[in-house]
Ligand binder design. Structure first.
Ligand SMILES: Cc1ncc(C[n+]2csc(CCOP(=O)(O)OP(=O)(O)O)c2C)c(N)n1
Ligand SMILES: [Mg+2]
Length: 351
């Protein structure tokens, strides 16, 4: 490089980017009392369902892997309460029970899938990590970390191609955020201005590795910047903050601006899966999150401020306990798939 070109290269500043359009800073959602009650109901349903799944696993009624969503309830509920089931699509990883419940899918068929019964949503052959409901546009349930992000970009493409007005929400974890295919998907989604909301559920750990240990850039909402995808960091323990950010994200995507990234700062109370003794963090750390940031306690406070009585909440709790124990009874007593089902839904041809 001659001095002259070096000088001219120095002189040419990078293109100014300050005028680039950005989403508005989100504000906390202002719910009606009825909406607040519904957030509470759904979050308690997820928590009790997951506790029951943990018990059934302990009793040997659930086999294989089982990843619980306890602690993260405000994320799925805050986001999906803003979506239209059957129009907007949702895809996630293996920690998927909460997202299904938040999309109104019957707890009985989810629990029956966990226990491997014919009546399960994948006819008892998918288990905890592989559940789908095309009717609800819920596309799983994926065990390959990060794969749901590329598949989600495909769902976003389908919404655009079919011009159906839908938006895809693709959830993934802080660990998955370090996968290469995530960035290939970001690039294509932005180039094609796909209607997709990428949601990083940053629960601080990928199996036993904390986000600070694994991530050179641990402010994950910035991970889309190289692709011009704007990002928003959100308190994922506060359902109103989550819903508020989702409203902003939907506005952005529906206006044809292309994808947006939401980083939900959240926390999982249980181990990575049922077989994780969680030795990589202290009990005090978990207890402190429970004491200070529990998403359900947060909604309870909002409800109290809105004048909803303790008795009313107790009634909701009782109703939920009944729904969950009925789901467990159903899942324990309904039949297993027939032996011949070993040969169905299996790819046998060459392709
Ligand atoms: C491609 C791939 N690599 C590794 C694994 C093993 N694995 C399963 S879960 C997981 C951690 C993912 O953590 P994160 O994305 O933060 O999600 P979380 O479990 O916290 O919801 C790993 C490494 C896998 N299933 N797929
Ligand atoms: Mg994680």
């Amino acid at each position: 490089m001659t001095n002259k070109t070096a000088r001219s290269a120095r002189k040419a500043p990078p293109p100014a980017d300050h005028n680039r359009k950005r989403p508005e800073a989100p504000v906390a959602y202002d719910p009606t009392v009825e909406e607040l009650r519904e957030f509470y109901r759904q979050m308690v349903l997820i928590r009790r369902f997951e506790e029951k799944a943990g018990q059934l696993y302990g009793l040997g009624l659930i086999g294989g892997f089982c990843h619980l969503y306890i602690g993260q309830e405000a994320v799925a509920v805050g986001i999906q309460s803003a979506l239209e089931p059957g129009k907007d699509s949702v895809i996630t990883g293996y920690r998927d029970h909460g997202h299904m419940l938040a999309y109104g899918i019957d707890p009985n068929v989810i629990m029956a899938e966990l226990t491997g019964r014919e009546a399960g949503i994948s006819r008892g052959k998918g288990g905890s990590m592989h559940m789908f409901s095309v009717e609800h546009k819920f596309y799983g349930g994926h065990g390959i970390v990060g794969a749901q992000v590329s598949l989600g970009a495909g769902l976003g493409f389908a919404h655009k191609y079919n011009n159906d007005g839908g938006v895809c929400v693709a959830y993934f974890g802080d660990g998955a955020a370090n996968q290469g295919q995530v960035y290939e998907s970001f690039n294509m989604a932005e180039l094609w201005k796909l209607p997709i909301i990428f949601v990083i559920e940053n629960n601080q750990y990928a199996m036993g590795t904390s986000v600070n240990r694994s991530s050179a850039e641990d402010q994950l909402y910035r991970r889309g910047e190289s692709f011009r995808i704007p990002g928003i960091q959100v308190n994922g323990m506060d359902v109103l903050a989550v819903r508020g950010a989702t409203e902003e994200a939907l506005k952005w995507v529906k206006a044809g601006n292309g994808p947006i990234l939401l980083e939900m700062k959240t926390y999982r109370y249980r181990g990575h899966s049922m077989s994780d003794p969680a030795k990589y963090r202290s009990r005090e750390e978990v207890q402190s999150m429970r004491d200070k940031s529990d998403p359900i306690e947060g909604v309870k406070q909002y409800l109290a401020q809105a004048g909803v009585s303790e008795d009313e909440l107790k009634k909701i709790d009782q109703d939920i306990r009944k729904i969950v124990s009925d789901a467990a009874d159903f899942a324990e007593t309904s039949p297993e798939p027939e032996l011949r089902d070993l040969y169905t839904d299996v790819l046998v041809e060459q392709y």
